[in-house]
Ligand binder design. Sequence first.
Ligand code: SAM
Length: 454
Amino acid sequence: MQLPTQFEDSMKAALGGEYDAFRAALDQDPQVSIRINTRKVSAPTKGVEVPWCATGQYLDKRPSFTLDPLLHAGCYYVQEASSMFVEQVYRQFIDTEAPVVLDLCAAPGGKSTHLASLLDGKGWLVSNEVMRNRVNILRENIIKWGAPNVTVTNNDPADFGKLTGLFDLILVDAPCSGEGMFRKDEQAVEEWSPENVRFCAERQRRILADIFPALAEGGILIFSTCTYNEEEDEQNVHWIAEELGAEILRIETDPAWNVTETDAGYHFYPHKTRGEGFFLSALRKTEEEPACKRKKKKEAKVALPPSAKELTNWLTEPVKLTAHNDVIYAIPADQADLVDMLSEHLRVLQSGVEVATVKGKDLIPSQHLALAWTLRNGVFPTVDLSWQEAITYLRKENLTLPANAPKGYILLTYRSVPLGWVKNLGNRCNNLHTQEWRIRMQVDGLEFNDFLEL
Ligand code: SAM
């Protein structure tokens, strides 16, 4: 790998005698790691644990993830291990029972799905992505993960301006010059320049200044990048502390993790820590911030069809049902006001769980419901698929069900984990898998060895 000379010079200055080890690490293969969705898969895997994340696992090789139905079922997320350090901030500094959390730069959803697991169904997560072309993959990953307490939005950081003091935790995983991604992404090497570093650092300040009013007084800000340079990392953290009003927090780390601590945060270097390059800092907001008022809105009458009553029985938790056109969503009853307020100010793509679409007298269960943590067991008949059948389903091809399968909507599972729906008409069945999510890869003759222990 050919590195830009100015990058090499700055790393030599930062790392001194460690530079050669760092340089050698860049020529090694990236680590492969996953984070388990313990709401869906309880057993540990065969991998080695990521020490700073209770659900993180290293794998000794990279399986063909696309061919694993359990990936499509949201049982795990393929995520680089250093990024999982976010968990330490959550565990060490968030003591609110039901925090309101914002992941501002969220696509494709690695840290959002992690935060959703840490919230474990309590409080609320707003998972935001400003780029329109990246928000669909975020939404897909959030749906597959299955948490019932997430709103996906597509907003510029400045759009959060009216939601002052709303969030107990804001994660800004900022767009950056990507030095830490060099061994994974050649384009990051090609795009690197001192000018781009400066451009990124300035953009990060704009993002931080725009979002800071939305953080509650005493709330926690996580600022992270996948880059090493001081301009984007330390200098920006000091700027937040001094200009925006926050104290930099010390995160407890185990010396065995080999994380490098500076006066402003924590660096993950690939020659020392098992993961890609990463930087993270946690700050507590000291600046006063009057919280925006959560108005109790008058109950808007939502025209739900009479059959919709049945939907509350499909779910394990008390919910408020809302309808947009023919689609019905379930919001946990205690968060309905918050969700209304978010819809008033933000471009919301989805809140809560999409439960069903109304078609005449029929209620068509949504893919989201199949994958949600709150789907009640036993409401729908299930058919467990072989690997080959699961792949046929995920490719949205025709599937043949066992002759004794009942008519109507059937929940398909793979190794007992829900995958999605078919409507069994008797002589054939309709594959209801989401068109945009289907596997496009040619799979003829391929095999897959399950690697999760279920
Ligand atoms: N947090 C994500 C994860 O863990 O999967 C990765 C986020 S990536 C490092 C940074 C994100 O910031 C990208 O999705 C990018 O589209 C978004 N972004 C780019 N420009 C932005 C801006 N001006 N304001 C906010 N977000 C921006």
